[in-house]
Design a binder for this molecule. Structure first.
Ligand SMILES: Cc1cc2nc3c(=O)[nH]c(=O)nc-3n(C[C@H](O)[C@H](O)[C@H](O)COP(=O)(O)OP(=O)(O)OC[C@H]3O[C@@H](n4cnc5c(N)ncnc54)[C@H](O)[C@@H]3O)c2cc1C
Length: 439
């Protein structure tokens, strides 16, 4: 047993855990952060691209500077610099088998159909209050697979393919695997614009997500144990004990559980977590994007590409032009999904994929991370499957005794975004402080 008793253990050093740890420490609490990996950041990971000196984000990347209020407050608090991904100057799409270089690859009639879809979806979106858990609202009829919801609109093939590509880029999985309600619940925070889903936010951290993460950790002064997976959590009326994979017991008066939803069932809780939380965690989240990075030559400058489901890549764009990287090519970022065979770490596979869009393209190097196989993520950003949120949203975030829960996967607003992680981390710190103040 470790001799020290902490006020709070924070399990998981992603954005949620670090926000909670910082806030608790600022509130005068003695905090220990316990992290399975040998680094902080979790699903935000800024590291060198392939064997170069140029860094990229393998995970969380872009910020909606207008909507991401909690994250932007952290950016301003620490004076973190942001940069922007370049505006596209060239376009390519392959939708319904048709190759196009138009900035808008659909006809005026099809644009009207898209506008109509957007208005219809907004009618449903207006029923959602993104500040409240979705199981406390009368919206269960929207918690259905997104493809069946979309089928009701009878969209023309090309529009349906365009919408599908946006959805897969936004969720990291096929439309059949996610809930319509999940995606719709983002829209109130995107200025009620359904079409905003077709535009990736452009702001990003100039020196990487690690810039903000490190400042939060340093500011907290909290103790940090890396490479320390937690395997069991036991709580009594007075305290919480955590057992690490190495067999060490750590003790505190309370704990913040800031784990990915898909990893929660890997930890044994005594007494067991509520039935509803356990059931929700067992369903888990479906986000499993393949986020790809490739150094590509012979591309039109600042290219944005979009592809239907028969294509290997849904959306890709030049994130760092050759003159910025100094690597002799453009650094392209893109997204695909698990059910397609594209191997994002295979240079030849990626070259074949890029040549579907630009026949003369040459792929020099590739990089990426398999988040689905990663034991401490088991998925990418949260994409809730049908039936999760209208039943278990409250239970997933509910405090249980001396355990409070945080994480982007259980956020109400901006679920799946870094914003959701920071916001829930702050809420969790407030909840645990209140519990600790009771004695
Ligand atoms: C490919 C990809 C692209 C993304 N793009 C964006 C984007 O552009 N914009 C955006 O806003 N968001 C994006 N996201 C989502 C964003 O990165 C996450 O929502 C956010 O970082 C999650 O933070 P978190 O603290 O909730 O969870 P995590 O970052 O997953 O933190 C949880 C921590 O718990 C640790 N852990 C797991 N198991 C154990 C254990 N047993 N013991 C101890 N520690 C454990 C993990 O190692 C991890 O550090 C993306 C994510 C991915 C993967």
């Amino acid at each position: 047993m470790n001799g020290v008793t902490y006020d709070a253990l924070v399990i998981g050093a992603g954005f949620a855990g670090l926000t909670a740890a910082r806030d608790l420490a600022k509130d005068g609490k003695k905090v220990l952060i316990v992290e399975a990996r040998d680094r902080i950041g979790g699903r935000a990971w800024y590291r060198l691209f392939a064997d170069t000196n140029f860094s990229i984000e393998l995970g969380g990347n872009w910020i909606d500077i207008d909507g991401n209020v909690a994250l932007m407050a952290e950016v301003e608090r620490y004076g973190v610099h942001l940069s922007t991904s370049p505006q596209a100057e060239n376009h390519v799409s392959r939708l319904d088998g048709v190759l196009s270089h138009a900035a808008c690859p659909i006809t005026e009639d099809e644009q009207r159909a898209l506008e109509h879809l957007s208005q219809q979806v907004l009618v449903d979106v207006r029923r959602i209050d993104s500040a409240l858990p979705l199981d406390q609202q009368d919206v269960a009829d929207l918690d259905v697979p997104l493809d069946s919801y979309l089928d009701g609109f009878g969209l023309a093939a090309r529009v349906r393919e365009l919408v599908g590509a946006w959805i897969r880029e936004n969720t990291g999985c096929h439309e059949s695997q996610i809930s319509a309600l999940h995606l719709m619940s983002w829209i109130p925070n995107l200025n009620n614009s359904v079409l905003a889903l077709g535009h990736t936010p452009t702001h990003r951290f100039a020196a990487g997500t690690i810039d903000l993460l490190r400042r939060m950790l340093d500011d907290s002064g909290a103790e940090l144990r890396l490479s320390t997976p937690v395997v069991a959590v036991t709580q009594s009326a007075e305290h919480v004990e955590v057992r690490t994979q190495g067999g060490e017991i750590l003790r505190a008066r309370g704990a913040v559980i800031a784990l990915p939803l898909n990893c929660l069932t890997d930890v044994s809780f005594t007494p067991a977590l509520s039935q509803a939380k356990t059931a929700g965690a067992a369903i888990g989240q479906a986000g499993a994007a393949k986020k790809l990075w490739a150094l590509v030559t012979d591309l039109p400058p600042k290219l944005l590409g979009v592809g239907g489901h028969d294509e290997p890549i849904d959306v890709f764009f030049t994130d760092f032009p050759a003159d910025e990287t100094g690597l002799g090519g453009d650094l392209v970022v893109g997204f695909s999904t698990q059910e397609r065979p594209l191997d994002i770490l295979d240079r030849e596979d990626m070259e074949v994929a890029m040549r579907r869009y630009v026949p003369e393209a040459g792929v020099v190097k590739v990089d990426g991370h398999d988040w689905l196989a990663d034991p401490y993520a088991k998925g990418t950003w949260c994409a809730a499957p049908a039936g999760l949120l209208s039943k278990y949203a409250s239970a997933l975030e509910a405090t249980e005794g001396r355990l409070v829960f945080a994480g982007s996967d259980i956020a109400h607003a901006f679920r799946g975004w870094m914003e959701g992680a920071v916001a829930t981390g702050a809420t969790a710190a407030g909840r645990l402080s209140a519990i600790l103040a009771q004695r």
